[in-house]
Design a protein around this ligand. Sequence first.
Ligand SMILES: [Zn+2]
Ligand SMILES: [Zn+2]
Length: 411
Amino acid sequence: MIKITRGTKDILEDEIPTWQWILDSAKNVFTKSNYVEIKTPIFEATELFQRGVGDSTDIVNKEMYTFCVGGADKTATSITLRPENTAGVVRAYIEHNLNRQSPPQKFWYFGPMFRYERPQAGRQRQFHQVGVEVFGCYEPIADAEVISCAVNFLKTLGLDDLTLELNSLGCKNCKNDYRESLKKALKPYLDDLCDDCKMRYEKNPLRILDCKNEDCQKIFMKPDIKDVIYNDYICDDCKSHFSELLGYLDELNIKYKINKLLVRGLDYYTRTVFEIKSESLGAQSALCGGGRYDGLVEMLGGAPTGAIGFAMGVERLYNLVKKIEKEKLDYFIVSNDPKHALVLANKLRLEGKSAEIDYQNRKFIKQLEKASKCAHRAIILGEDEIKGNFYSVKDLNSGVQEKIEDFRDLI
Ligand SMILES: [Zn+2]
Ligand SMILES: [Zn+2]
């Protein structure tokens, strides 16, 4: 027997209504803020992620599903299953000149992502993300609106024990200064950092702050390192961007905590980065992560474009929200005349009603048993009904049965 691949999961009948509800809620909340859905392919050229997510990230280094297609000769292309969706949306934005529409251009998406990680609770190799991307905006009001959109969505799902953590990483003018000061300060501790951080030290030192290793975290608490981390290194423009954002959040009554160690895992972030955590999920894992990526569109070949977005792991959301029961059908047709039953079910379905029939011509009592489990009402279509051209409709909650002569009364 062939079993499911490690790190993947079947989503079965009893989970589908909750999944559907999460997706419907996302669509609802994002549409109200004028986002339109975008669907990009689940695989892209490998180079897109190498450039767009960053060569120094764990995602690109260790976790991508990359393979060659089209033969071993020079025509072979290296493609990768998307490990995240921002790079793909940015590629589509550039490729279709979506910047021609008046800014901001706002997109939301939902779909599977793929990362080759060690599977553990709440972490799969094929997982799902829902998220938004906004292009054509440098203004802090966009940051506030994107954050409020994430918060609104989580609240719609009934999650309210939320903590928003924020930081500003600075822009292309000041991010480098910070990077250099941090490198200088960390240099004496280089031998004490974990192996991952030793590698990050050269390629992406800010990511060291993201390390969950306890020994590394102890180093961040040393006074000379703390001095650098908590020093206001960002430039005046970045400072006023950040303080304007905080002002908007106050107006929106969104509580936040500034976390100077928050850098997020990806290379492309500039200025605002944020995470939303849930008390019930614990402090380590965020429900939502996002930030501003003003340099990414240009880096992937487009015009300089301010942009910001977030993504949420749907499996994590699923584990926190209340479970939704499967909705019952409008009708179950109880009949020993399959032709009449099929035709009636089809007519009802075309009129927008949900209906099911019995394939096996079982006894009425068996069919009624099944009907009461899955439908609100049973339409009994026996010999008398077919001859007399009427329907016996039984309410399966109250047990009351009535005679209906006109099909239109069923819809
Ligand atoms: Zn700056
Ligand atoms: Zn480390």
